[in-house]
Ligand binder design. Sequence first.
Ligand code: ADP
Ligand code: ZN
Ligand code: ZN
Length: 734
Amino acid sequence: MVNPSSICSFALALPVYHRFDYQVDAAFNPQPGMRFVLPFGSGHRVGVLIAVGVSAELEENKLKPVTSLLDESPLLPAHLLELALWVADYYCQPVGEVVFQFLPGVLRKAHSAPETRQQFWRLTRTPDDEELQRIGRRAPRQLVIIQALLNSEHGLHGADLRELQTDWHQPIKSLQSKGLVSSELKPLLAESATPQIPGYTLTADQHSICQSIAPLLDEFLVHLIQGVTGSGKTEIYLTLMQQVIARGRQVIYLVPEIGLTPQLLQRLQSRLGQAVVTSHSGLTDFNRYQSWDQFRSGVVPVICGTRSALFSASEALGLIIIDEEHDASYRQQDGVRYHARDVAIKRAQMLNIPVVLGSATPSAESLHNIHKSHFRLYRLDQRVSLAQPPAIELLDCSQLPLTSGCSTRLLQAVDRHLSEQGQVLLFLNRRGFAPMVMCHECGWQSGCHQCDARLTLHQSINRLICHHCGFSMPLPQKCPDCGAADIKHYGVGTEQLEQFLQSRFAQAEVIRIDRDTVSSMQHFETRMEPVNAGRPCILIGTQMLAKGHDYPHITLVGILDADQALYSSFYRASERLIQTVIQVSGRAGRAGKKGQALLQTAFPSHPLMQGLCQQSYSELMEPILQERKLLGFPPYARVVTFQVDALELALALQKLKQLKQFVQEVSDGLTVKVIGPIPALMTRRIGRYRAQLSVMASDFQALRQLLQRLMPRLQSLKNTQKSRLTIEVDPLDL
Ligand code: ADP
Ligand code: ZN
Ligand code: ZN
């Protein structure tokens, strides 16, 4: 007799929008969220079961049966699978790519889920002295292990035993056969938690925020804590986490990449008195999977990680916290395009749990949501230390020559702060030595042959590098065009600034933090040692350093090149500038020491520059929101951008023209604005040409409807090597 089988649809990690149907034997007991190996083309692929028993258009007997089952039970809880389908639908992303993004890398391959628990050995009883002596005489290697086990509280695992003796398998085996040792599988926690230490007594403001949120922990609501840097937001997160954990629930805590410091983990573990797992790009695939698995199985109550930690599976999720919610790193810019904050809010809504967002400088979107009463706002306007964040002073450098990007007054201030044992942070968001090299004779410029971009001079390795595609070449001795030897560099990057400051302040330590000097968190911590130790020093940093770190000894912050934002075509440029200036200047004067923040500009009378000195964040953002409203820009409108990259610009434009035609055909009765197609700002990148078409609507439902009508038609615009279409819903830029 043939077993009954059902038609199931699967998500496969392929850049296509549809699902794939297969026959599944009822004996497999198919459930959504399980992984199967499926026949595909001439080979096999992993598929995640999305729906059971859907009727397919094809006749049943034409469908191929699945090859094998990988998981006994679903790996993704039902709500997470539902969330993945929502992401695919909302962001118009290929469903399989989204579902696979929700799985840790290890599970994207055709293997059953690996065991993350480790075998631990322990003694079954305590041997008496006589027995110990006997074993010691006959098998000294066994005695060493017994003694180590006698001293261990929780037993020993493979790595511990290997430290005792390289060949530990045999003696353990013998001890096991004597019945003296037994083993069991136990989770190996990355760092056993330090004993719980009580938190601070909350300040009145912290206390009142916790009191307001605590009764609302059982319902969906977005709480936004707008608190100046150092105002004690993290302390509030910790208090709320404890309450959620006490109810037997779990917490996802998202931070921007660089915010994930060992200090933060230490603080979490010691306050909670429990181990916490992390998830970020610096971990190996297996370690990331281990964190995922330990969180999923409930061994640890908290996972702290970057963007994609949001997809951690949990059957008991009780709270999602997003620190520095305005940070652009929450938007994934390649592969599946989504915004972690917005997806977090959706997940919380599905589960009826709260989200807590925190920032000193909330995004325009979040401020808008406050105005519309979608989010609840709490404010912390005072630092815990009661020190005020420094007022920003402008340094007019329109008339003055700069030396390696620094004005004389800035250098004088650095001198003064160092002599008073302070630390200095100079912010320059450009790495390398100089952003451009040019020939003085003929005007040749160091352009990238694959991108519409200049090559940056990196003097330490004497090469020109493209920061967009990674192309690099030796710095030419002579002009490649006219042969003149008169090649000069222009502009200042962090490498040059470092070199200059080292010679100018020979007695001070100069520490440069950018992607060229810091590749991992470990690296970062080592470099920051003098800063953490409180020694007078000069810290040079790019955007990497602008994020929520606490450096109590910094007394002077200098912002070198803010003017770029004034002539940027990026519509969020002013918002970004304000956020950066406030975040960076907030690093000064934390531990009760008075801080100073200096902003160099050639446009000191520009309203934005004036505003930065005189107004609060909310005051600064008000005109920006008004302007966006007037122009019909986000957050007052929603945008979807279609981008095509192709081997030729004409091809990209042509594909988008076709797409525009589709848009016009389906936009009947919908008020939408179509912009383009136009070449992208950086048209050529990594040898491909890019163009885009944007559709805007003030009514998001109109945009949704348009997309629903449009998506089926896009099937005809096949992606090929020659031209590829990507869709971005709610892009950060236009
Ligand atoms: P934020 O997250 O807003 O930057 P933190 O929670 O990190 O602020 O607090 C800033 C500093 O103040 C930290 O060093 C923290 O240990 C300390 N702190 C926070 N809350 C209190 C409190 N209630 N009493 C004393 N110190 C506190
Ligand atoms: Zn030349
Ligand atoms: Zn390039």
